[in-house]
Write a protein that binds this ligand. Sequence first.
Ligand code: DGJ
Length: 727
Amino acid sequence: MTSSIKLHADQKVRADADDAAFTVHLRKAGTSVVFARDIFGLPAVVHWGAELSDADLPGLLATSQPAVMNSSIDIPRTFSIAAGRTFGWSGTPTLKAHDDDVQLEGFTLVDADSDGAEARFAVRDAGETVEAVFTYRLDVGAILHASIEIENLSPRWVDVDAVRALMPLPARASELMDFTGRWTHERHPQRSEVRDGTWIRSSRRGRPGHDSSFLTLVGTPGFSFRVGEVWAAHIAWSGNQETLVERLPEGAGVHRTVLGAGELLDAGEVGLAPHDTYRSPTVMFAWSDTGIDGITARFHTSIRSRPQHPRSPRPLLLNTWEAVYFDHDLDTLTNLADISAEVGVERFVLDDGWFHGRRSDTAGLGDWHVDKTVWPDGLRPLSDRVHALGMQFGLWFEPEMVNPDSDLAREHPEWILRELPILESRHQHVLDFSREEVVTFIVDRLDDIIAAAGVDFVKWDHNRDLHAALGGRGSRQVHSHTHGVYRAFEEIRRRHPHLEIESCASGGARADLGILQFTDRVWASDCNDPVERQQIQRWTQTLLPPELIGAHVGPAESHTTHRHADFSFRAVTALFGHAGLEWDLRGASAEELTAITAWTTLYRELRGLLHAGTTVRGDAVDSGTLLHGIVSPDRSEAVFAWVRTETSTTAHSPRVQIPGLDSARSYRVRVREEVGRASRHQIADPAWLDDSSELTLTGAVLAQGLPLPVLNPGQALLLHFTSDTEA
Ligand code: DGJ
């Protein structure tokens, strides 16, 4: 049921109000979120999960209160959108603000409306000092966008301590998974049972961090890629943040556990002058009854529906970082560009090292002028050559950072973000983007270079954590800095509407949907080792579609792990993202250049499918193997990688289920070996593979599984399924 309700500020909400009249039902793509007023008249989420019909609502509402327990409040417990201790909620409050050291409490509903797609609820504290407006929108992918805006209505100063979007989960959501990691090993999953208490993941790094919780999933026991009911949350924010999963012995109304997130604010960081407002980052919630892949499908649909989502074919790029590092010179880079064009590269990206004084990572950041000692004629000669070769030209910046050894730091020490004491990290400090003059200066510098050098693509790096000290009450330090950074992105994009931007942060430390409002891809990790990359991309892809995830082929020996890998394994791994090379091709052999050319051709053939299809992952066959694929939206085509990252105790590969295909279609099955043959750990392949060019199987058989070859560790087999038959 859709309803539009208007209360007025002077109408006090009563406990005996007509609950049914206040029901708001948001439903989209198999998901329902139902709000109704709780016993105190506050809106509460009475259902978040499988789609319900309006006919289900009376029964849902009639059963939305738990028993009254011993040694408890004498009315049924509730968990509203503005839950706090005043109404008997002893867990983490959604809103925490104070005025003259007195906490603001006793929130009541003053206004509510919904158009069926979005619901808005306004609540005020008992003293009517602040008004908080909660907005919930269910998008085309059934992702619930929740945000809260809080306004100071009083003539006094109000400090906002915490604003969190929290959603209740049923008792069966009893296992949780989120992510941790470090440089070159981002998005490492960790799982545990949900227990009483609060599982809280905080980032005080001024960016989500290599160890970002990224996406928090809570599901039925043993939930996997393909099986289980799962509820998930992601905060679209690039500054300090926290996510939490909380369970109290008394539950949360008729629910059991709470999942949510918010910006992590320092004491006094957000102070509101009269009529001032604070808007929380958006927290995005997803539900699925088809495991993690169901959550992924919803996020990918939602992300792909954004107007700014990149829709042109993702150009295959070469990035110069691991090719030449700081060793810039026109001849070297022209040579590299020539070879890049020959093998099929479409975008040539000049990484760190081109600007004034930047001969190593100890100096130069902030001085965004082309270094005349290295580039006497500027970047135009290289950029013109790159363009003449039919490629786009990309350039690296690290706009928020400054080396103490730079003209900028010497001229404007007051622009450096305050730290007590000032700690250098990678020999650099952070510029304070909460200062408008800093944003303007940096935007103008980038603007100049982008125009002068004909830049089509910017790699925007951010190589250190922020350890900002509070600049005084209400200084909104990291909060304002993060918004300043967003403004800089926005302005650059406004001035250069065709420019594409990559979000990099010493690899994948800023890969969130906040930064992706302004950027076109994330650099998932500084690790190009395919063994590591398989996992990093697999889990990054849980939230982000592959076209937004940078994935590069490096040389045989990885620069970050020093492990060796065959070309075919590196190539198949990088195929499943926005592909690129990060390799000094001047040293590549003729055979390697031929193999690279075959790979870039294959990428161009498959990218339409890879960047628009549905991501599917098989549940583990054994600990050493992975199966993942992309299925076209109409399920007429799919590409899968069968990967072995390590040895295992399983002595053969029994039927491996190929998920996501249409059981009614027939598929031609081909092993694609253009980039090389995966080496085997067996005497002979399964018989079907001997004459694979002839093999046609129904989706129903493939759902039962294919016996697959046992690969050597560090190998990947590419399977291509195509169907001419109608479903
Ligand atoms: C860190 C990035 O992650 C690398 O790819 C590279 O751009 C370096 N910074 C350059 O300093």
